[in-house]
Design a protein around this ligand. Structure first.
Ligand SMILES: [Zn+2]
Length: 180
């Protein structure tokens, strides 16, 4: 999975939030706003637990994709510059890594149907919006947000880019999830 939308089993955004927060809890991150995404993926899920193999791939071999998750769940590939950037804390690369982990967590070992242009499929049945929502939940849990937040406080606290932070603030406000 790499940017191409697939039709996948429907998931509510609340369900995706629960799964992502479950992952954070397993890693002891309930009180920690910053998600160490590459430690999770490479040191723990790959090296320690052998859930999948994380593979940096040369840009020339990767084509237009920044990441790719094998539908059978055996490996996650990241373009080499994205892999290095994510380890270095580059915000966009961190989101890309989290997005691929999302595909691994909810889109492997399931039936996938390619979505074709012109087909009307709601976002909650498409792989890309689901993966982006999962990545947002993993990197920016609602519990850390307050009414004092701005795009910049969110960027600083969670290590995300402007667009991801502003989308997240807008989403949480719309859903009434920022209460304090
Ligand atoms: Zn994707």
């Amino acid at each position: 999975m790499s940017g191409q939308n697939f039709i996948v089993p429907a998931r509510s955004w609340d369900n995706i939030e629960q799964i992502a927060q479950g992952w954070r809890s397993k890693f002891g991150l309930d009180q920690t706003p910053y998600t160490p995404i590459m430690d999770m993926m490479e040191r723990v899920l790959d090296n320690a637990l052998n859930y999948f193999t994380l593979i940096p791939v040369e840009a020339s071999e990767m084509g237009p994709a920044e990441g790719y998750t094998d539908p059978d769940g055996t490996c996650i590939m990241l373009r080499e510059d994205v892999y290095r950037g994510a380890w270095a804390g580059e915000v966009r690369d961190r989101f890309t890594a989290a997005h691929e982990l999302a595909h691994w967590a909810i889109h492997t070992k399931i039936p996938l149907a390619r979505a074709t242009a012109g087909q009307e499929v709601p976002a909650y049945r498409l792989s890309e919006p689901q993966a982006n929502q999962f990545a947002s939940e993993l990197l920016m849990p609602a519990r850390f947000f307050t009414i004092l937040d701005t795009v910049h406080t969110v960027m600083d606290r969670h290590g995300v880019g402007y667009k991801a932070a502003s989308n997240r603030l807008e989403y949480l406000n719309r859903k009434g999830k920022i209460t304090v």
